[in-house]
Structures are given as structure tokens and as C-alpha cells.
Design a protein around this ligand. Structure first.
Ligand code: ZN
Length: 431
């Protein structure tokens, strides 16, 4: 009787999940261009129609997979929240270690992580292995893929179990007042993870070594001198063991701060294009985007914790959630459900901020190199190797794009080249 009210919600969520899966398995929208007026002129100038079609086919599937994956994760949480499943999992954990409540919490969190891993494994295998091979993007063996997945699951366990235990301890020790200490601890964990990931987590998946090619090292040092920052920590990563895609990123804090280039990017680009990508990452460095990102994450964490706490207090007073009280660890899926819904709702804001950071880094790279021609070449090379959607629908950009679309980035470089205030570099913009 208690779950009467929740059954329609489960039905809706299951229906949404099935619709998401059907969308993944069904055919994509026909035609290559999402724009009613045809392709953006920048795209028509730099890419072939076949490149537009293949990028669109690859990425439109990724959008549907995002929808399916999101629906699946929400459905898992909804089932745990609105059925006695989470309470049963907690009872099982307590039966296993009746004398040690903290260890019972650890067992509960571990069971939860394993459950989510198992349910999401088929979709993960399809997206990360089968589909990447079907598009000729993956270089990974099946064993390699499963090893990566196992490592990632162990890292999740190593992080989630202690965090779950501490959270449950705070719930019991400071009922009604646990948000502030949890926020403080969570903020410290965010900063620690950003600082340590480049030297603790990343090497578990890749070999990362200082940039090898002397000609590129010289360019890096010259660029850093022009930018006025001590950029000598430039590394290359053996991405080619998994993928043919190219990429680069800026990561770490303090002594672990570094720019990392994929070996695939280095191999598939001219030195000038690599320099442009480096200058973009220096732009993130100069503008302290990592610290700004950390600040925004901490702000977001505070909002999630506060909303999660209010929801748990509200739910504890109702029978439908099978909770023994607001400090019952069986309420963790409800807490996570609130966090997931809020994160999803704020995705357009998160991505709009990210796109702003990316535009700033793009502008810095143009200012540092004064080379819009190679900026455009680098964009074109990356878009080709990564099967980018060259004409993504505007609502998809708004919702999912952390970077501006290719056409916008090319347009920015063309505008930079034509700006009257810019010193002439003598190079025309390549058609
Ligand atoms: Zn960037």
C-alpha cells in the first residue's frame, strides 16, 4: 500500500528509459544538415559533403546514447528510491557485518556501486567499444577495454566507499546540520582530486612522459616566454593505444599543473597546428580556468548538498521511501537522485560557462600565435580525426556542447584575421 503513489512514477521512468534505448537503436534523422538554410559557409568551405555526413551520423548517435544513458541511470535510482530495494540492500549489508555499522555502510555503498556498474555495462560496452570500432575510431582490444572498465570501477569504489561512510557518519552525528561540514570536506576532496589526478589516477590508464620531439619542445618554450608564464610542464600521452581521436588538455594544480597532448594529435598534425593547440591550453592556464572551475564545482556541491538534505528530511517522514530516518544510508539513492536531476537541469549552464572558457582560450591562442590560418587548419584536422558534428542542432549545442561548434571557432579565426587592429602577419586565411 505504501508504494501505491510511487508506481506511476516507476512506470513513467521505465517508459522514458525504453524510449531512450529505442532512440539509440532506431535510425537517426535523415540528411546531413541540421540547419534549415543548409550548411554554415565555413563548413562548406573546409569540409567535403562526405565528412559532414559521417560526422553527423557518428555524433547524432552519441546524442541519443547520452539520452539513453541518462534515462538508465535515473531509472536505476528511481527503482531504488521508490521500491524497498535500497532498504533490502541496507538490511543485507547489516546482516553481513552486524557488529560494525560503519563497515555495514561501506558494504552497502560497495553493493550499490557494483549494481550500477553491472546494469550500465552493456550500454558502456556498446558506446565505448563496439560503436567506436564500427566507426574506425578505436584501436583497443576487447581485453583492453574491459581492463579499463575494471580499473575505473575500482577507482569509483575507492572513492565512493569512504565518501559514503563519512557522509553517513555526518548524517548520524550532526542531524539537521550536516550540510556545512559535508560541504567543507567535499570541497577539500575536489581540490585534492584535481591536484592528484594527473600523478595518481591518469598514469593508471596511460603512459605520460615529457614531450619528446625537440622541435615541438622549442616551440613550447618560445610560446610560454611570449605568454609570460612558466610552461615547461608539457607532456604527451599514449592515447593511440585506445583511439585515433586527437585531443589535448590542461590539468592539475601547483606542482602537478601541466598541459598534456595526445600522441595522436602530435602524429596527425603539423608542428604549426600543434602549436595552436598548445596556445589554446596556455589560454586556459593564463586565465586560471582550473581554479574557476573548482570554484564553480564547490558552489554546485553546496547547492546539491543543501537540496539533498532537505529532500532526505522530507522523505524520512513519509512511509513510501522505506527509510528508518533521515540518517538511514538506504536514503543514499534518493540523495543521488536529487543530485542527478539538479546536475542535469544545470547542464546548459555548466556547458555555457565551459563554452565561454573555450572561446577565451581560442582568443588567447590567436593573440599569442597571430596565426589564424593554422588555427583553422588545426580545427579542421581535429574535427576530421574526431568525426565532429559539423552542423549540430542549436538545442543540442545549448544542452551538451562544452566547446563551441567547429563553424563558430573557424568564424572567430576568420574575424580575427580580418580585424583592422591586428598587426599583419602576411598570411592570408586559407580557404
Ligand atoms: Zn580548451
Amino acid at each position: 500500500m505504501k508504494t501505491m503513489g510511487s508506481r506511476p512514477i516507476i512506470r513513467v521512468l521505465v517508459a522514458v528509459s525504453l524510449a531512450g534505448l529505442a532512440a539509440v537503436l532506431g535510425p537517426g534523422p535523415a540528411g546531413a544538415s541540421a540547419s534549415p538554410g543548409g550548411l554554415p559557409p565555413e563548413i562548406a568551405r573546409h569540409f567535403t559533403p562526405a565528412e559532414v555526413v559521417s560526422g553527423h551520423a557518428y555524433m547524432s548517435g552519441r546524442y541519443r546514447i547520452f539520452a539513453a544513458g541518462t534515462a538508465l541511470r535515473l531509472a536505476i535510482l528511481v527503482v531504488l528510491v521508490f521500491t524497498p530495494a535500497s532498504a533490502a540492500l541496507r538490511s543485507l549489508a547489516v546482516r553481513l557485518v552486524p557488529a560494525y555499522p560503519a563497515i555495514a555502510v561501506a558494504v552497502y555503498v560497495a553493493l550499490l556501486v557494483v549494481l550500477v556498474e553491472i546494469v550500465t555495462l552493456p550500454l558502456g560496452y556498446y558506446v565505448g567499444f563496439l560503436r567506436e570500432h564500427a566507426y574506425g575510431l578505436s584501436t583497443q582490444t576487447q581485453a583492453g577495454w574491459f581492463l579499463d572498465r575494471a580499473k575505473a570501477a575500482l577507482i569509483t569504489l575507492a572513492l565512493a566507499v569512504p565518501m559514503g561512510v563519512v557522509l553517513s557518519l555526518l548524517w548520524r552525528r550532526y542531524p539537521g546540520r550536516w550540510v556545512l561540514p559535508a560541504w567543507g570536506l567535499g570541497s577539500a576532496v575536489i581540490i585534492l582530486l584535481v591536484a592528484l589526478a594527473p600523478i595518481v589516477i591518469d598514469p593508471l590508464f596511460n603512459t605520460i612522459r615529457p614531450l619528446q620531439r625537440p622541435d615541438l619542445r622549442e616551440r613550447v618554450l618560445a610560446l610560454a616566454a611570449r605568454a609570460g608564464i612558466p610552461v615547461d610542464q608539457v607532456y604527451e600521452l599514449d592515447a593511440s593505444r585506445r583511439t585515433r581521436k586527437g585531443n589535448a588538455y590542461f590539468t592539475g594544480l601547483g606542482h602537478t599543473k601541466r598541459i598534456v597532448l595526445y600522441d595522436t594529435l602530435i602524429a596527425g598534425s603539423t608542428p604549426e597546428e600543434v602549436e595552436l593547440v598548445l596556445a589554446h591550453e596556455i589560454g586556459h592556464w593564463q586565465r586560471a580556468h582550473i581554479w574557476k572551475g573548482i570554484g564553480l564545482s564547490i558552489l554546485g556541491l553546496g547547492i546539491l548538498l543543501w537540496c539533498g538534505a532537505r529532500t532526505l528530511e522530507w522523505a524520512a517522514g513519509r512511509g513510501g521511501f522505506h527509510l528508518a530516518g533521515p540518517a538511514d544510508i538506504a536514503g543514499l539513492p534518493l540523495f543521488l537522485l536529487v543530485c542527478s536531476i539538479l546536475s542535469l537541469a544545470s547542464l546548459p549552464i555548466q556547458n555555457a560557462i565551459s563554452r565561454t572558457f573555450e572561446r577565451q582560450a581560442d582568443l588567447t591562442s590567436l593573440e599569442l600565435t597571430q596565426d589564424p590560418t593554422d588555427f583553422i587548419r588545426a580545427e579542421v584536422t581535429l574535427a576530421r580525426s574526431n568525426l565532429s558534428d559539423l552542423d549540430p542542432p542549436a538545442p543540442i549545442v545549448w544542452l551538451l556542447y562544452s566547446h563551441p561548434p567547429v563553424a563558430e571557432r573557424i568564424r572567430m579565426a576568420e574575424a580575427f584575421a580580418q580585424a583592422p587592429s591586428r598587426p599583419q602577419s602576411g598570411q592570408p586565411v586559407a580557404p
